[in-house]
Design a protein around this ligand. Structure first.
Ligand code: ADE
Ligand code: ZN
Length: 351
């Protein structure tokens, strides 16, 4: 484990957007831990595990990160995850992300993992959860970052596989806060996972789902009505349905939006046309997140900065987004109040 890092003290002497964003305490609510695997760590872990990667160098890996669609990305992302075999690999992966998050003033992280990506290769469910959890515990103790773990079902697989995964998760019930739904969206509507979500909710897991990233507004509607999710991951295409937008706003359903991901996966053709500002103007409860930062060219602060610059967001809107990330989290009201007080202090320092 790395040594304790110095406490950050963002200074208010530089008026740049980047300095302001860095000073804001934030919660990251849409972050796939497998998507934080930087090429250097991928190579180091693959080498010690004797795993052959389909690349000969770190440079070649980075050069492969030009995606034409979600599926194009997922093929590469699952290939990278093949390096991960041992508990220590999951620990190192998670710790590396948390150290990075610390430097960006992430105070709380809700982290997705894809158990089927690993159990399908013979890695035990508990190996994955224990490795990640130990790093999360260390981050709470040493970096002051709180966290929750959310396991995602892979929507390209069938519901029977998801049900078996839920059964396996029960042995680690106390370590997992919720269930989610990710992977190839088109052709895999939320309704395909009705029963596994019903059982997960009955077992006390909160439910979230990716919807409206590449799939239609109808999938967002189904995630709400059939899976009874408390948050929508992405949600961009909800904007095609005015009635749905009104309901999302009225019910204050958080959307975990990922701007750089949207550009990299061609959900949005240009960051200047990203719908985040429109979402805010429509009264939607939006948050900014990084999704798979090792693949998309930026962690959470780079996402805030990208939309601030491209959409001309001011400090008030950036502070609102940070506040939304706190409110949309699974933290209890006391922990939210603590972070809100820190946020107020940070904002006031900038006058
Ligand atoms: N898995 C990792 N990142 C994802 C994304 N952006 N959409 C769906 N599944 C994912
Ligand atoms: Zn995602």
């Amino acid at each position: 484990m790395s040594k304790i890092l110095p406490v950050r003290s963002p200074s208010a002497d530089n008026g740049s957007i980047a300095t302001f964003v860095a000073a804001l305490p934030k919660a990251e609510l849409h972050l796939h831990i497998e998507g934080t695997l930087e090429p250097e760590l991928m190579f180091a872990i693959a080498a010690r595990n004797g795993v052959r990667l389909p690349y000969s160098s770190v440079e070649e890996v980075r050069a492969a990160y030009e995606f034409s669609s979600l599926q194009d990305f997922l093929d590469i992302y699952y290939a990278g995850a093949n390096a991960l075999l041992e508990l220590q690999d999951f620990y190192d992966l998670t710790w590396a992300y948390l150290e990075k998050a610390f430097t960006q003033n992430v105070r709380h992280a809700e982290i997705f993992f894809d158990p089927q990506t690993h159990t399908g290769r013979g890695v035990a469910f508990a190996t994955v959860v224990d490795g990640i959890s130990r790093a999360l515990d260390d981050a709470q103790a040493r970096l002051g970052i709180s966290s929750r773990l959310i396991m995602c079902f892979l929507r390209h697989l069938d519901e029977a596989d998801a049900l078996r995964t839920l059964d396996e998760a029960m042995a680690c019930r106390d370590r997992i806060a919720g269930v989610g739904l990710d992977s190839s969206e088109r052709g895999n509507p939320p309704g395909k996972f009705r029963e596994v979500f019903r059982r997960a909710r009955a077992a006390g897991f909160i439910a979230v789902a990716h919807a409206g990233e590449e799939g239609p507004a109808e999938y967002v509607r189904e995630a709400l009505d059939v899976l009874e999710v408390v948050r929508i991951d992405h949600g961009n295409n909800a904007l095609d349905d005015a009635g749905l937008v009104a309901e999302l706003a009225q019910r204050r359903i958080p959307l975990t939006v990922c701007p750089l991901s949207n550009v990299k996966l061609r959900v949005v053709d240009d960051i200047a046309r990203h719908p985040l500002k429109r979402m805010l103007d429509l009264g939607l409860f939006v948050t900014v997140n990084s999704d798979d930062p090792a693949y998309f060219g930026g962690y959470v602060n780079e996402n805030y900065i990208a939309v601030a610059e491209a959409l001309d967001l001011g400090r008030t809107e950036l502070a609102q987004l940070a506040g939304n990330s706190i409110d949309a989290s699974l933290l209890d009201s006391e922990a939210k109040s603590v972070l809100h007080a820190e946020l107020d202090t940070a904002v006031h320092r900038f006058g």
